[in-house]
Design a protein around this ligand. Sequence first.
Ligand code: AMP
Ligand code: MG
Length: 352
Amino acid sequence: MKTQIISVDGNNIDKDVMRRAGEIIKKGGLVAFPTETVYGLGGDALKEESSGKIYRAKGRPSDNPLIVHICRMEDLPYLVEEVPDTARRLADAFWPGPLTMILRKSDKVPRTTTGGLDTVAVRMPMHRAALAFIEAAGGYVAAPSANISGKPSPTLARYVAEDMDGRIDMILDGGEIGIGLESTIVDLTGEVPVILRPGYITKEMLEGVLGKTEVDKALSDSSPAQPPRAPGMKYRHYAPKGELTIISGRQEQVVEEINRRAREKRQQGEKVGVIGTEDSVEYYIADSVKCAGTRKDENTIAKALYRILREFDDEGVTVIYSESFGEPEGSGIGQAIMNRLFKAAGHHIEYV
Ligand code: AMP
Ligand code: MG
């Protein structure tokens, strides 16, 4: 299959391009598209064959459900048994935006899309090109992140092409993604809302609208008794090829420890990469030192993280050390950053 790559601009939508992309989805094909979180790999959410194609293109286990993307609130009732009041309030506050809600599905949604579950994950993205594309595609686009399963989610079309060239019909290139980490997932099917995956919309923001909100306990535990409630969170995910270790502690000590380890590993013939921030990168000595942004604005770190992990892959880095960016129980997007970094590191963190 030849994959077409076409540039799109959210501020200047080319209707003809969107119509062509929408036609591909309506005919059962696959199109990767930019959203504000990461690039998505879209197919028709209401067609069984389309979700099957998505799982195959990604090499994704078919028990790992897809998020259905919509572009209008009026389209939500079609997908679900009922729209609870909690969902309406969250949609008012955060849609369009980086929030996915888990609701009981209607019989219109095939079980291939939901990985066999009775619930469906729904999101209305904010990116204008994504909204125009979903509308052109008929309103219901199932889309996981547009990476081969197990690799970091793509934040640039170049990385989508690296993973998906020849496997899908079209890539809409919208440039670098703004947020850089996947959406927050909140389950609204129980008594109390539960966060299944942390993201840009934080627990505090959800509690501001809903009151008490819990976090899936499996997320803060490296070998949980219960599997995570979002099936996808159980897989080793977001992984670079190199072996990643997080070193946490006071900055000077972290720098010293990472440099000591880097020296040792390089003597053993490893190629070493380091992830620091504006405040620390100049002090590191390694084969490849990357600046993830500034601690003063953790959004910069969220945006850079997956790109850096992919760059290390391209450079053939075999051992990676990263500073720690806040605690998994912390506030703001730091919690989402650490959730992804922990998974990329296989929960390997050391304190100095
Ligand atoms: P991705 O689209 O690659 O960001 O992955 C979607 C995430 O949403 C995965 O972690 C899925 O397991 C999760 N997810 C999708 N649908 C559901 C659902 N009905 N219940 C729980 N988690 C879900
Ligand atoms: Mg993904």
